[in-house]
Design a protein around this ligand. Structure first.
Ligand code: XMP
Length: 512
């Protein structure tokens, strides 16, 4: 086990993810944790994460002393390096300029952490994000790497197996940063590297059983990868204590509702309540154009329906959700941390304060591709596992402006044609997410010999590794032209098709 002590960095979860990729089991504990928890985890080594605070200020978090009393390897990253150096007798200075983004690390000396990876005298691209820097080292430490903004960018005390880096090895912009972390965990801490998704599955099942006891759980099923994996995982843990509730809000894609009922109620035989509340949702959304208001209405109404269903199930105390890690950080409010709310994801930010159910969220630590692997591990069909993400608020956030049954019907058809073309061209698995958007704009066209005046359909397709950043997919012009023609011919109500080439940032993947 590698224990990660979290000082609140946005990228702490990436450390865990990199280690999981290297086959290493990790646990993350907040820096305020009881020292007993650190001891009980019996880690082979500890990583101190980055964080938004300044070590140079009083009353900012420190690593619990036990970290340095356990005589095991420690790696400090960014804030973690700074607090480690200060706590062991060094000094941290506030910087006059921030170093942010790509930087060059000069490896000035050999060190066990770089062994077989970065030789003395070579330079490497790393990713920095700091204001303060270490200015004097504790006894026993030496500098092994420096950058323009950080004279002590990498430090080591090999006799105690203590290492510190100012840069972030966990982000992809640090070249070979993943290898550096796996070198620390495998070679320096002696972890075996044999951990896998099978072990994650076993541990998650254990944790679900402990959390839930003999209470009943309801799980919101959407037909997407996340809620499907959540449902099958929980069903494996507690069997028929789980009831799935499929709320058909009328904002689903073509054929989606039928598919969910067939797979879960039929194939998996998971108790499934199918509530068709599309009329209620459409009524509540009628005339609403503001994206945040749409999300709040949908999120609130969802929970209301769940609560109703839960009350009908004797002993239901928990609501299971397929919340992923990126959902969690994108929804953290400005009050809670340094992040700002970009969108209120309905499965996190939209929950009302008076919700009667406790949450079970077994995927909360995972990224999308890891959830897919867990799904494969659980034996879910590949067509489901490799499905593109679909947002909780559904087609509502793909119709800018107000939503009507007519617009929904047009969008469903256009989206189905678009995805059919993508599948036929064999491109589905190269794309993170592809969908049609119906714009509230009508333009003039000519069909046959007549004038037409119909809606514009925008096509979106992006590549991404976790949904947090994305690039527009580079279709051939020929593909786009063919698809546009087919949509305009097949879908009544659309006479113009455009392609969205915006990346994220500055755009987001969805249009609302
Ligand atoms: P954005 O549009 O923020 O989307 O770039 C990033 C990813 O999140 C999905 N998304 C959502 N998923 N509930 C969800 O479950 C939501 O409210 C929601 N909003 C966006 C989006 O489809 C993309 O995959």
């Amino acid at each position: 086990t590698i224990l990660i002590i979290d000082f609140g960095s946005q990228v702490t979860q990436l450390i865990a993810r990199r280690l999981r990729e290297a086959g290493v089991y990790t646990e993350i504990l907040p820096c305020t944790t009881d020292p007993e928890n650190i001891k009980n985890a019996a880690p082979n080594g500890i990583i101190l994460s980055g964080g938004p605070n300044s070590v140079a200020m009083a009353d900012t978090p420190r690593a619990p002393q036990i970290v340095f009393d356990m005589q095991i390897p420690v790696l400090g990253i960014c804030y973690g390096q700074q607090t480690m150096c200060q706590q062991l007798g060094g000094r941290v200075e506030p910087g006059t300029s921030r170093e942010f983004g790509r930087a060059e690390l000069d490896v000035t000396e050999e060190c066990a952490l770089f062994d077989g990876l970065w030789a003395q005298g070579t330079a490497h691209t790393v990713w920095m994000s700091h204001g303060d820097h270490v200015a004097a080292l504790p006894d026993g430490f030496r500098v092994v790497g420096k950058s323009d903004g950080a004279p002590f960018a990498a430090v080591a005390d090999e006799s105690r197996h203590y290492y510190g880096v100012q840069f972030h090895p966990e982000v992809v912009h640090t070249k070979d940063g993943d290898k550096l972390l796996s070198r620390f965990a495998l070679d320096i801490c002696g972890c075996s590297g044999s951990w896998s998704m099978a072990a994650y599955r076993a541990r998650a099942i254990d944790a679900i059983r402990k959390q839930v006891g003999d209470a009943k759980v309801i799980c919101g099923l959407s037909g997407g990868v996340d809620s499907s994996v959540t449902a099958v995982l929980i069903h494996e843990a507690i069997g028929d204590q789980l009831t799935c509730v499929f709320v058909d809000h009328g904002l689903l894609r073509k054929g989606e509702a039928e598919e969910v009922v067939r797979l879960f109620g039929g194939h998996y035989n998971i108790p499934l309540i199918h509530r068709d509340v599309s009329e209620m949702f459409l009524e509540r959304l009628s005339g609403v154009s503001d994206p945040e208001q749409k999300r709040k209405i949908i999120g609130g109404s969802f929970i209301e329906v769940f609560d109703e269903e839960a009350q009908k199930i004797d002993g239901a105390r928990f609501l299971a959700q397929g919340t992923l890690y990126p959902d969690v950080i994108e929804s953290i409010s400005a009050a809670g941390g340094s992040d700002v709310t970009i969108k209120s994801h309905h499965n996190v930010g939209g929950l009302p304060d008076d919700m009667k159910l406790d949450l079970v969220e077994p995927l909360r630590e995972l990224f999308k591709d890891e959830v897919r692997n867990l799904g494969r591990e659980l034996g879910l069909p590949e067509v489901l596992v490799s499905r593109h993400p679909f947002p909780g608020p559904g087609l509502a956030i793909r119709i800018p402006g107000d939503i009507t049954p007519e617009k929904l019907a047009i969008l469903r058809e256009a989206d189905a044609v678009y995805l059919d073309e993508i599948r036929k061209a064999g491109l589905y698995d190269d794309i993170w997410q592809a969908f049609a958007v119906l714009l509230p704009v009508k333009t003039v066209g000519v069909m046959g010999d007549a004038r037409s005046y119909e809606y514009v359909c925008a096509l979106r397709a992006v590549t991404s590794s976790d949904g947090m950043t994305a690039e527009s997919y580079g279709f051939s012009h020929e593909f786009l032209a063919r698809t546009a023609t087919r949509i305009i011919n097949a879908v009544k109500g659309v006479n113009r098709v455009v392609y969205d080439v915006t990346s994220k940032p500055p755009g987001t993947i969805e249009w609302e």
